[in-house]
Design a protein around this ligand. Structure first.
Ligand SMILES: [Zn+2]
Length: 164
């Protein structure tokens, strides 16, 4: 758990440290190293010069200054696709996959298609297929901690709509 720390989107490029301009296009990446995920935000020049492929990435744009950030749920869908495409026995990975599935269900990108012993069956809105998501052993407190980390990864606010 302690290893999985992420930071909110920086106002500057992770590589060259140049400060992003209002509405500048950039590339955000989720990088996996030693079982942990972290986020990198690259200016397009640094993105073109990358030497390795991230786990997941998406093009984004700095918000107009003073404009409220919009959640990028599409980024979370991409992340989820990668998680499902590369199933892992790693307990943390399974917890993350489960949590992302819960979030995407609330966002109507996944639909509960059934419940199996210790697993959720979810129908994906983008291809109609059903994925099986094992339910991890996770307490409410740890779930909440992970939820905060997901908010930081994807710049979304999840708490405000909890238990709506
Ligand atoms: Zn850069």
């Amino acid at each position: 758990m302690e290893d999985w720390k992420v930071e909110r989107r920086k106002k500057r490029c992770t590589v060259c440290e140049r400060v992003f301009a209002s509405e500048e296009e950039l590339c955000s990446c989720i990088v996996e190293a030693e079982g942990a995920f972290s986020r990198r935000d690259l200016c397009l020049a640094c993105w073109e010069r990358r030497t390795s492929e991230p786990f997941s990435f998406w093009r984004t744009r700095m918000p107009r200054i003073r404009e409220r950030k919009l959640e990028d749920i599409g980024a979370m869908v991409e992340f989820f696709k990668r998680l499902v495409a590369a199933p892992s026995e790693d307990p943390l990975r399974r917890k993350i996959t489960y949590l992302v599935a819960l979030i995407l269900m609330r966002k109507k990108r996944l639909k509960l298609a059934g419940v199996r012993a210790a697993a959720l069956l979810v129908e994906k809105s983008w291809d109609g297929d059903v994925a099986e998501i094992p339910e991890p052993a996770i307490g409410d407190e740890e779930l909440q901690t992970l939820r905060v980390e997901m908010e930081k990864l994807f710049d979304v606010e999840l708490a405000a709509e909890a238990a709506a």
